[in-house]
Design a protein around this ligand. Structure first.
Ligand SMILES: Cc1cc2nc3c(=O)[nH]c(=O)nc-3n(C[C@H](O)[C@H](O)[C@H](O)COP(=O)(O)O)c2cc1C
Length: 126
């Protein structure tokens, strides 16, 4: 039996679209909550990032913000905030290091894309 689903085109978003549409969002819709299951899905993807020393946090953050965008969320990487306060609030052991804080939610603004340097200023091909 053949099943045709008219009007149900595959809604996958290309990697380039995710990269192009991701922005650092600094204002969120407080009425739309993120579920624990969604956070688990997101963190499971960040665990797939390559890990070696100092690169780890940045790489996993990159995976996180892009996967979050694919899932329909917005994000803001905020670097380090009150590490001791966060450890206390979340029960993180004192010998762990808090590297970054990332806001996650449904943004209620669409920020303008900050300019990037021209490619030839940041790369050399000989
Ligand atoms: C390590 C790190 C720390 C950041 N900290 C802040 C922050 O404290 N406040 C903020 O508004 N944006 C912060 N940002 C976001 C950058 O400002 C943002 O990525 C940059 O303006 C480019 O904008 P875009 O992400 O929309 O492309 C941070 C980004 C990184 C990678």
């Amino acid at each position: 039996m053949a099943l045709a689903l008219y009007g149900c085109a595959n809604q996958t978003t290309s990697f380039d679209e995710i990269v192009a549409n991701r922005r650092s969002v600094r204002s969120y819709d407080k009425t739309q909550k993120v579920s624990e299951e969604q956070v688990r899905t997101l963190i499971a993807t960040t665990q797939e990032a390559p890990s070696w020393g100092a690169y780890d946090a940045g790489l996993s953050n990159a995976f996180l913000v892009l996967k979050a965008k694919e899932m329909g969320f917005d994000t803001l990487i905020m670097g380090l905030r009150d590490a001791d306060g966060l450890k206390k609030a979340l029960g993180i052991p004192s010998d762990e290091t808090v590297m970054t804080v990332v806001a996650l939610g449904y943004g209620n603004q669409v920020p303008k894309r900050p300019d990037r340097k021209p490619l030839d200023e940041i790369m050399k091909i000989k």
